[in-house]
Ligand binder design. Structure first.
Ligand code: COA
Length: 260
């Protein structure tokens, strides 16, 4: 059996998934796309996992893109399948019912930025660089880059990144809304894990409610989105966690959420 392209480890309720091909700057080949799809499905199924951190092995790259060597020989039909496989996996990450934080430790280029963008939050090292350089290869983004970047950072930033193809640094990415937080590289792991632990300690059904509302609301009219939010809000009153959270506030103590 060939070695897994991922490392998976749990710290409390936080699952850390690391793309582990550092000699190829963690480039996404087919085997890695499939392993990520399986890993996120497993994280979604496991009730003990309440938040996920996604990162790349080594100090240099989060993920430097889809695997260019593998793409070089693809036929048009295989190219379409490659795009669909990547898009399906990333959509599954985006619609996961628990929060996923991308820990962007270096280059997040092409498929790497696309992977970071399907996560719910992005914390970047100040040394990280992100971009959609596919045009330099005679290609365009194929794992949702044109669509997620448009929704995340707007038309001007999307056209600049995708047409010019030059990477930008982490602080510029934060200004454009592409990453949420930029921290010194030496503090990336501590800060990201702190954030993930905070999310993992929150009420799981409330996390899920927010994720569902944002995923659904981003794709429909304001009226439909508001109606959906109301329905989700009402649903929260059926949870033990809502009684616990409001009760703990009134009793001036820390809540203990169970996900029920
Ligand atoms: N696919 C496949 N292999 C990749 C890769 C990718 N997207 N990105 C890097 N690698 C490989 C290199 O081929 C090299 O492998 P080798 O040592 O077997 O030759 C190894 O990773 C190290 O990369 P290298 O280019 O030597 O590092 P660098 O420090 O000189 O440059 C980058 C770093 C990120 C600027 C450069 O690797 C790069 O431009 N990568 C491609 C980025 C890209 O276009 N991504 C979008 C793909 S659609």
């Amino acid at each position: 059996m060939s070695e897994s392209p991922l490392l998976i480890e749990d710290t409390g309720a936080v699952r850390r998934i690391t793309v582990n091909r550092p000699d190829k700057l963690n480039a996404l080949n087919l085997a890695t796309l499939d392993a990520l799809a399986e890993a996120f499905e497993a994280a979604g199924r496991d009730d003990a996992v309440r938040a996920v951190v996604l990162t790349g092995a080594g100090a240099k790259a989060f993920v430097a893109g889809a695997d260019i060597a593998e793409m070089n020989t693809l036929t048009p039909v295989q190219g379409r399948d490659f795009s669909q496989r990547g898009q399906r996996m990333m959509r599954a990450v985006e619609t996961l019912s628990k929060p996923v934080v991308a820990m962007v430790n270096g280059f997040a280029l092409g498929g790497g930025l696309e992977l970071a963008m399907c996560c719910h939050l992005r914390v970047a090292a100040d040394t990280a660089k992100v971009g959609q350089p596919e045009v330099n290869l005679g290609l365009i983004p194929g794992f949702g880059g044109t669509q997620r970047l448009l929704r995340l950072a707007g038309r001007a930033a999307t056209l600049e990144l995708c047409l010019v193809g030059a990477p930008i640094d982490a602080n510029r990415a934060r200004e454009l809304g592409i990453v949420n937080r930029v921290v010194p590289a030496a503090e990336l792991e501590t800060e990201t894990m702190k954030l993930a632990q905070q999310l993992a300690a929150s009420a799981p059904l409330a996390m899920r409610g927010v994720l569902d509302c944002v995923n659904f609301g981003g794709e429909c009219s304001i009226e439909e989105g508001l109606a959906y939010e109301t329905a989700q809000f009402g649903l929260m009153f059926s949870t033990t966690d809502m009684r616990e959270g409001t009760g703990a506030f009134l009793e001036r103590r820390k809540p203990a959420f169970t996900g029920s």
